[in-house]
Design a protein around this ligand. Structure first.
Ligand code: ATP
Ligand code: MG
Length: 310
C-alpha cells in the first residue's frame, strides 16, 4: 500500500480539538484571534482504506476557491489564513511539518452555525425524490414538469440540519433554518450561499465541470458579528460534480469523482454496506478522478501545486 495514504493524522505537538468524518482540528496558540489547524485526512466516508493524496487535493482545492470566491463575491469573509501551520519555531516537529504539507491550513476559529447551507442548481438526489412525490423541494413550491437532473431556472437555497457524527442530516425549509440560525443571520447566510454557488458554478462550468449542488458551512465572528464562509469549499466531497460534456437531462448522471466506486459497489452487491475495503484498482481509479477534478478546476496538476509550496 502506498505510504502516502493517511487515514489518521499523526500529530501530537498540538492539542486535538475534534475529529470529523474527514478532518482533524487542532488548537493553535492564541495570537490576535483564535485560530485552528484544519487538517484533512485521506479518509473517505464509510470505507476502511483511504484515497491517497485526497486530503491534499481537498485542501489545495479549497484554498484555490477561497481566492476565486474572494475576487468574485463582494464583501465575502472567510476563515482561511494560510496553508500549513504558523511558522513559529518548534511548534511542530520536522516530521509533522512534512506530513502536514499541502493537507493543512491555518484558519480563524469561529462559531459554526448548525445548518448545512446547501445550494442546488440542478434537481437530483433527495430533492428529486421529494419533487416526484410532492412537487416541492425542501418544502418549497417548485416549477412543474422538471426532468431528473434538470437545471433549475435559478439556483435555490435548500438547507439541512447539521447532524452529529453517525446521524443523518435532515432536509429543512429556509424558514426552519431561520429558526435555527436566528432571524438576524438567516438572510446573510442565504445570500452568501447563493452568491458563492453562482460564482463557483460559473467558474467550474468554464472548465468543463457542472456543480449540480453543494454544501457550504458558515460561522459567526462573535466579536464583529460578521458571517464567515468556513470549512471546505466546493470540493468533490461537499458537492456533486458532473462532466459537462457527458451531461444529459432526464437520467442519472455519473458523478465525476465517485462513479468508479459506486459502480464497483453495485456490481458486487455492496451498496449501503459499512466498513468495506476498496480493492487497489478502485482506489487508484478514484484517486485519478480526484486528481482530474483538481487539474480541471485549478489549471495545475497536484504535483505542480505541491512543488510550488514552500
Ligand atoms: P461532513 O463534512 O461529512 O459533514 P464532518 O462535519 O464531520 O462531516 P469534517 O470535515 O470531518 O466534517 O470536520 C470539519 C469540522 O470542522 C466540521 O464540524 C466543521 O463544522 C468544523 N469547522 C469548519 N470550519 C471551522 C472553523 N473556522 N471554526 C470552527 N470549526 C470549523
Ligand atoms: Mg465536513
Amino acid at each position: 500500500m502506498s505510504a502516502d495514504i493517511l487515514t489518521s493524522i499523526p500529530l501530537s505537538s498540538l492539542p486535538r480539538i475534534s475529529q470529523g468524518k474527514v478532518r482533524d482540528l487542532f488548537a493553535l496558540p492564541d495570537g490576535d484571534k483564535p485560530t485552528l489547524l484544519f487538517v484533512t485526512s485521506d479518509r473517505i466516508s464509510a470505507y476502511d482504506n483511504g484515497i491517497p493524496t485526497k486530503g491534499t487535493i481537498l485542501t489545495l482545492l479549497s484554498a484555490k476557491w477561497f481566492e476565486v470566491l474572494s475576487a468574485k463575491v463582494p464583501g465575502l469573509k472567510h476563515h482561511f489564513l494560510h496553508l500549513g501551520p504558523p511558522k513559529t519555531p518548534g511548534l511542530v516537529t520536522p516530521e509533522e511539518q512534512t506530513m502536514l504539507r499541502g493537507r493543512s491550513m491555518t484558519v480563524r476559529r469561529l462559531k459554526v452555525f448548525p445548518v448545512e447551507a446547501i445550494v442546488r442548481g440542478y434537481i437530483t438526489g433527495s430533492a428529486w425524490a421529494e419533487y416526484q412525490k410532492t412537487q416541492t423541494i425542501h418544502g418549497l413550491p417548485a416549477p412543474a414538469g422538471l426532468d431528473h437532473c434538470a437545471r433549475l431556472p435559478e439556483p435555490i437555497y435548500t438547507p439541512s440540519t447539521k447532524a452529529e457524527l453517525g446521524d443523518k442530516d435532515i432536509n429543512i425549509s429556509p424558514e426552519e433554518a431561520r429558526k435555527i440560525v436566528g432571524e438576524k443571520y438567516a438572510d446573510r447566510i442565504e445570500q452568501l450561499a447563493l452568491a458563492c454557488y453562482k460564482a463557483g458554478a460559473e467558474y467550474a462550468e468554464e472548465r468543463g465541470i457542472i456543480i449540480a449542488d453543494t454544501k457550504f458551512e458558515f460561522a459567526l465572528d462573535e466579536e464583529t458579528d460578521e458571517v464567515y464562509l468556513v470549512d471546505e469549499v466546493l470540493t468533490p466531497d461537499s458537492s456533486r460534480f458532473w462532466s459537462k460534456a457527458d451531461y444529459q437531462v432526464g437520467r442519472v448522471q455519473d458523478s465525476f469523482d465517485k462513479q468508479v466506486l459506486r459502480n464497483w459497489l453495485t456490481a458486487n452487491g455492496l451498496k449501503g454496506k459499512l466498513d468495506v475495503e476498496m480493492p487497489p484498482e478502485v482506489v487508484e481509479k478514484t484517486k485519478g478522478r480526484y486528481s482530474e477534478v483538481f487539474k480541471l478546476l485549478t489549471g495545475t496538476s497536484l504535483e505542480e501545486a505541491l512543488a510550488k509550496l514552500e
